[in-house]
Design a protein around this ligand. Structure first.
Ligand code: ZN
Length: 291
């Protein structure tokens, strides 16, 4: 019970601060409190910690050099103030994986979770830092130069940011597994049992180099999936004023018109599918290293 209270207090303090600072909407704050409480209460500091690393680093990055990014922010659905939909698109799958681990403890859940968090972290870092690139981005499918802010546009700076973000998750996972005594549930006994399971089954995968590989490969693959979906089937709108293809329903102070993509393939759906891709890559790598 105390475990749940600690989780709730920690999540409420951080989400409340993010709300006051304008990084979360009211619905986003409430979703983040629920999610954080479950991650810590049902899971452990490991699950809560990785979510926190993503949340804090992406919030700080989005505030860094904000003036230079302001124009681009209006074309992206993923930056700025996160609402409940975005919070669940970023952390909902991770929460299911955490609950999966609690019900049936197995290191495979941990590998998948690392890949999922690496994907959302890589995607955010790539968007935030890539937008600062002085060179124009290139279209992910053709390599042709495209205007800044184009969905599916990638840059060298953004790609390096994606790799660094994945490594950051891998390193954090290693630190949390070292400090927190594994990924286990709320009882002391199951914590040490979980650590034993991890070390026994996945020794190769939970070494520092193994976790760096899981994080960077999972994150990079997930961010790439995000770009490819953004370049092809993501639902996009066209601004009636400036003519740019954007993810949002409003641009240049006017309502945009539907331009292309599948009706249901919203930015949140793209994030979710990319997370599945990143999670599966990390799961496969962890399974290969651990067996
Ligand atoms: Zn416009």
């Amino acid at each position: 019970m105390l475990h749940w209270l600690i989780g709730f207090a920690g999540a409420a303090a951080i989400a409340g601060l993010a709300y006051l600072k304008g990084s979360l909407s009211l619905s986003g704050m409430m979703s983040a409190v629920i999610m954080g409480t479950i991650f810590y209460g049902a899971g452990s500091a490991f699950w809560f910690g990785l979510l926190l690393v993503f949340f804090i680093s992406s919030t700080l990055l989005s505030r860094w050099k904000k003036e230079r990014k302001h124009e681009l922010e209006q074309s992206y659905a993923k930056t700025g103030r996160r609402d409940a939909g975005q919070v669940f698109a970023n952390g909902g799958l991770g929460m299911l994986v955490c609950l999966g681990y609690v019900i049936a403890p197995d290191p495979l859940w941990i590998y998948a979770y690392i890949g999922i968090m690496a994907t959302v972290n890589s995607d955010t870092w790539a968007t935030e830092l890539g937008s600062l690139s002085r060179k124009p981005p290139r279209f992910v499918l053709t390599g042709r130069v495209v205007p800044k802010g184009t969905s599916g546009g990638v840059s060298l700076l953004g790609s390096c940011a994606a790799l660094a973000a994945g490594c950051c998750i891998g390193l954090s996972a290693w630190l949390l597994l070292q400090l927190g005594g594994g990924a286990g549930g709320s009882q002391g006994a199951s914590i040490s049992a979980a650590t034993d399971t991890v070390t026994a089954i996945g020794a190769g995968a939970v070494s520092l180099p193994g976790l760096l590989l899981l994080g960077s490969a999972g994150g990079f693959a997930g961010a790439l999936a995000d770009s490819v979906l953004g370049a092809t089937v993501q639902k996009m709108y066209r601004c009636r004023v400036c003519g740019q293809l954007v993810e949002v329903k409003q641009h240049c102070g006017q309502l945009t018109e539907r331009a292309r993509g599948w009706r249901w393939m919203t930015n949140d759906a793209v994030n979710l599918i990319s997370s599945v891709a990143g999670g599966l890559i990390a799961l496969w790598l962890g399974w290969s290293l651990g067996s």
